[in-house]
Design a protein around this ligand. Structure first.
Ligand code: Q9C
Ligand code: ZN
Length: 348
């Protein structure tokens, strides 16, 4: 399987608010290094650099004022005389009436941010844009004779909505890729999100549409981030009603139970019969992940990789979370190489 990678992800290196202290984020450059090392080690396949895309595919998913905010907020923050990373501190809470976008940066940050774990600094916008380019380049491979590809991208994307960042995500890489496919010959795309956290951004972007089916296995919102999205009764709305599938699972779920939910999701994908499958591949379901609580073991990633390949669909894997840096490389390539071993399909 071909991998798309660029070391410019290093531009994203920021702090996080953990337990009342500002520390290096769990979503750190080493994550991609460890995965790249394993991709090479198991000889997964060729590694190519991303192509450059203009902003059109990004603006097909994201609000243009939101993109302008991401491009300009750091300079505005510095111009105010600030020294540290940019964190939000006030939000448009349920308890306040205004829907207007504030003019002052302090207000705009809260308007465009959904969680205070995610700070912004100098390289953030450039890295986010390059991460989307990595995903798009991997996706584009499906139109040039490849039936699978891996986007080794960071920062991740699945928590980012049309106009909000958070959960370490700025641009929704998988959503941008799905829309690109629809604009380049696909009629139906399924997005299977196996990250520990609910892909609230991807869900909300496609919630009222029937051309993208979204399925997510994740820690139940009562207990797990992002807390305000991911319940099983969120089924879509309007034309999208019946095309959104959430499988919330108890915090300590083991592989056996997780796989039962995966089997249900795979059955729904077969029923939908998409042209392409995009996998939001988060390996924070691993038993030793520092911020998550499922109990998957390294071999379980092989088992589910070959299950996904049994769909026989053109498939792009797009990296999301996974923070046990020593092991995320192994767990990621376990999914990809066992997928590749048994995968065959008609081209897209
Ligand atoms: N104490 C992804 O896996 N952390 N994002 C919340 C709770 C947010 C994870 C802190 C985790 C976001 C892409
Ligand atoms: Zn996650």
């Amino acid at each position: 399987m071909l991998t798309v990678y660029s070391n410019t992800h290093h531009l994203r290196n920021a702090t996080e608010l953990v337990g009342g202290q500002i520390v290096p984020s769990y979503e750190r450059p080493e994550r991609a290094e460890f995965i790249l090392e394993q991709v090479k080690c198991v000889k997964l396949g060729n590694i190519i650099k991303p192509a450059k895309f203009d902003l059109k595919p990004t603006l097909a998913i994201h609000d243009s004022a939101y993109i302008t905010f991401l491009q300009t907020c750091w300079d505005e923050w510095l111009a105010q005389g600030n020294k540290g990373d940019l964190f939000p501190f006030i939000w448009p809470s349920r308890t306040m009436p205004s829907k207007r976008i504030p003019k002052h940066l302090d207000g705009k940050i809260g308007y465009y941010c959904l969680s205070s774990d995610t700070s912004i600094n100098a390289g953030t916008w450039a890295a986010a844009k390059l991460s989307a380019d990595v995903a798009l380049t991997a996706t584009q491979q499906l139109t040039t004779g490849n039936n699978s590809a891996f986007a080794l991208c960071r920062p991740p994307g699945h928590h980012a909505t049309n106009d909000a960042y958070g959960g370490y995500c700025f641009l929704n890489n998988v959503a941008i890729s799905a829309q690109w496919l629809l604009d380049n010959g696909a009629s139906r795309v399924s997005i299977l999100d196996v990250d520990f956290h609910h892909g609230n951004g991807t869900q909300s972007i496609f919630y009222d549409r029937d051309d993208v089916q979204f399925l997510s296995l994740h820690g139940q919102p009562e207990q797990c981030f992002p807390h305000f999205s991911g319940y099983a009764d969120e089924r879509g709305e309007g034309a999208g009603l019946g095309y959104n599938f959430n499988y919330p699972l108890a915090p300590s779920t083991d592989y056996k139970t997780w796989q039962q939910a995966l089997d249900q999701a795979l059955e729904e994908i077969v029923n939908y019969s998409p042209d392409v499958l995009l996998v939001s591949l988060g390996v924070d379901t691993y038993e030793n992940d520092p911020i998550s609580s499922f109990k998957l073991q390294s071999d379980d990633f092989k088992t589910y990789g070959s299950k996904i390949s049994s769909l026989s669909l053109p498939t792009v894997f797009i990296l999301e979370g996974g923070y046990a840096v020593e092991e995320i490389g192994l767990n990621t390539v376990n999914v990809l190489s066992s997928f590749e071993k048994s995968h065959s399909c008609k081209g897209f």
